[in-house]
Design a protein around this ligand. Sequence first.
Ligand code: PLP
Ligand code: TYF
Length: 397
Amino acid sequence: LFASVEMIPGDPILGLSEAYVADARPGKVNLGVGIYYDEQGRIPVMRAVRDVEQALAREAKPRGYLPIDGMPAYNQATQKLVFGAESPLLAAGRVATSQTIGGSGALRIGADLLKHVLPNAKVALSNPSWENHRLVFSSAGFEVVNYAYYDAETHGLDFAGMLADLGKLEPGSIVLLHACCHNPTGVDPTLEQWKQVVALVKERGLMPFIDMAYQGFDKGIETDAMAVRLFAESGIESFVVANSYSKSFSLYGERVGALSIVGKGREEALRVQSLVKRTIRSNYSSPATHGGALVAGVLNSAELRAVWEQELGEMRERIHGMRAGMVEKLAAAGEPQYGFIQQQAGMFSYSGLSKAQVDRLREEYAIYAVGTGRICVAALNRANLDTVVNAVAAVSR
Ligand code: PLP
Ligand code: TYF
């Protein structure tokens, strides 16, 4: 029966992690996968999360099924975080939010749902984008196209190209936008540029689909949600937001995310929510309890929320420090051309390293990076920074 099934290549990033684990060399460094590691090289268990977890363990509550669209307390807290507590959209009941299986689940449920309402639309992704975006939207039946985004010359944004390409899309096309901390490049539009993007999307009648997987990793929880807030203020009738807590709560394996769909009014949001629920029911029926309870427990306690924000701020500052340290040390090692790494945002940097240089880093120095030159700066720490800098300098000569 399965004789005709061909071997499908694995995810290149997860494949790198497997090779890294199998590597016996001491001092190896994994800058491949998008995970935040602390100064000790560990995935943190955040203090506020641990508090909720211990309370949950003491309570030992029964684990019934959650509603199809998840915990109400989680969804309400998510709406406030994503749209802002004072959002007029929330006050007007225009947002339908559902707990999902990670940000990935939100993308897929959102894609399946949009296929019902915009069956012939194309989906435009930044060039480049997170690889899984293409897979998710094409698996949902969409034709996927690219819009210009990264400028390899400047290591920054090709903003003119981006506007030109968005301006050519047919009305009703779906535009996937990274809210902040663009994966894989680390290159984000400025506030002024976002305003122009929002105006163009509105003028062209495009359907914005915002992916926010790194809220709090660049400037702060509110500022990093700037794109969502601008779309909310724009008067655009409908848009979609997928958000993930994998990084911001360091809960990768708990699969916590949410899908929020903005409709014209309260009644429309209720109808949309019914379609979201049917879409979820036909995929996995309902989300998981544990991760959702952790996030809701933190966000719905003023005290724990403050503890969480504090720690997220420390993580963000640590990443900024590593970016600055890397740039400074590379310059001291005779490679001053890497200054752009400090301008990029979030966990990633498109370092400009070629495939050949990335191969040398792995083979000669046991440093793992993605073949595109993407490095996870959130995996740097004071113990491995010199190793990485010396190796990058060596392959740059
Ligand atoms: N969107 C982007 C841009 C990402 O980088 C990621 C994870 O790496 C996701 C979505 C998916 O998040 P999750 O792990 O919560 O499914
Ligand atoms: O590093 C990245 O860009 C991601 C990481 O279920 C990832 O591909 C891995 C597994 C997963 C979601 C994201």
